[in-house]
Design a protein around this ligand. Structure first.
Ligand code: SF4
Ligand code: SF4
Length: 284
């Protein structure tokens, strides 16, 4: 089973939930798909080894063969090519590697060359937790191919916890598209509620069953709770606005390791997830 941990915005405690859940379970895989800011290992402290360089195919134009027809630039919806009267300019960082420009080129003037956009890493030390993370190169905009490369490492015979990027853009949709269940981490504040609704809408596109973790419970109001009750969305776990939890977080320590009872609470949460996901898949 693949469980995505998502939130409509950053800073809601998504990574805390992903790491603590993974540490509470046995023999699971944790994937840090927040490739622009992969923070899980700040809490895990694993030695990491490079596993795979992620590349994107970008066009290289042969000026000798190019007839300056402009077909390639007109085709590119990402503005990665611009036709000038005497040459075609290319902006590789905007290229999505779709290959369309070389397809429409009548002169066979376009070659596709790999360009490095990121890296996949894995923990090298022995642990019951297998950890993978994707790291997008600095200044690079193309997060989705790195996430897809990470997803190819999922061992389907074991449970996978996937720390999703924040927001509701393409990289998040890439994670939700492969998930069997989505945990939405939110706070019950006006902004939290707004972002929660956006994330819920994204999960519903893929018809992924959803449950909620209320972080910093006790702050704000009851609007998330009332909404969930009305919509039949389970509150899987409440993490209180607790000084001890905040202190462990600021020290980079997963609180399931230090605070008694929390491992059990995360395990119970996982059982609720499993039951709901199985029901959704029609598995008993
Ligand atoms: S490969 Fe696709 S995205 Fe990249 S320049 Fe060509 S048409 Fe544009
Ligand atoms: S489509 Fe081919 S021939 Fe036309 S401008 Fe682009 S590279 Fe040149």
């Amino acid at each position: 089973m693949k469980v995505a941990i998502a939130s409509g915005k950053g800073g809601t405690g998504k990574t805390t939930v992903a790491v603590n859940l993974a540490l509470a379970l046995e023999e699971v895989q944790l994937f840090d798909c927040d490739v622009e800011e992969p923070n899980c290992n700040l809490f895990l402290g694993f030695e990491l080894e490079p596993l795979e360089a992620v590349t994107c195919l970008v066009p290289e134009i042969d000026p000798e063969r190019c007839a300056l027809c402009g077909n390639c630039a007109s085709f590119c919806k990402f503005n990665a090519l611009a036709a000038l009267p005497n040459k075609i300019l290319s902006f590789p960082s905007l290229c999505h590697g779709c290959g369309g420009c070389s397809f429409v080129c009548p002169a066979g003037a376009i070659d596709e060359k790999p360009r490095s956009i990121g890296l996949i890493e894995k923990n090298s030390s022995d642990s019951s937790l297998t950890f993978f993370r994707g790291v997008l190169n600095v200044g690079e905009a193309m997060a989705t191919p790195v996430i897809r490369a990470l997803q190819r490492h999922i061992d389907e015979s074991r449970h996978a916890i996937i720390d999703s990027p924040p927001g509701t853009a393409c990289p998040v949709l890439a994670v939700l598209g492969c998930a069997d269940y989505c945990v939405l981490v939110t706070e019950s504040t006006p902004f939290g509620f707004h972002d929660f609704l956006l994330a819920l809408e994204a999960a519903r596109i893929f018809q992924v069953p959803v449950g909620v973790v209320l972080n910093r419970d006790g702050l704000g109001d009851s609007r998330v709770e009332e909404f969930c009750r009305a919509e039949g969305i389970p509150i899987l776990l409440r993490i209180p606005n607790d000084r001890m939890i905040a202190r462990f977080y600021s020290e980079g320590v997963p609180f399931v390791k230090e605070m008694s009872g929390w491992k059990e609470k995360f395990k119970v949460m996982f059982e609720m997830i499993r039951a709901q996901a199985c029901k959704n898949m029609g598995v008993s």
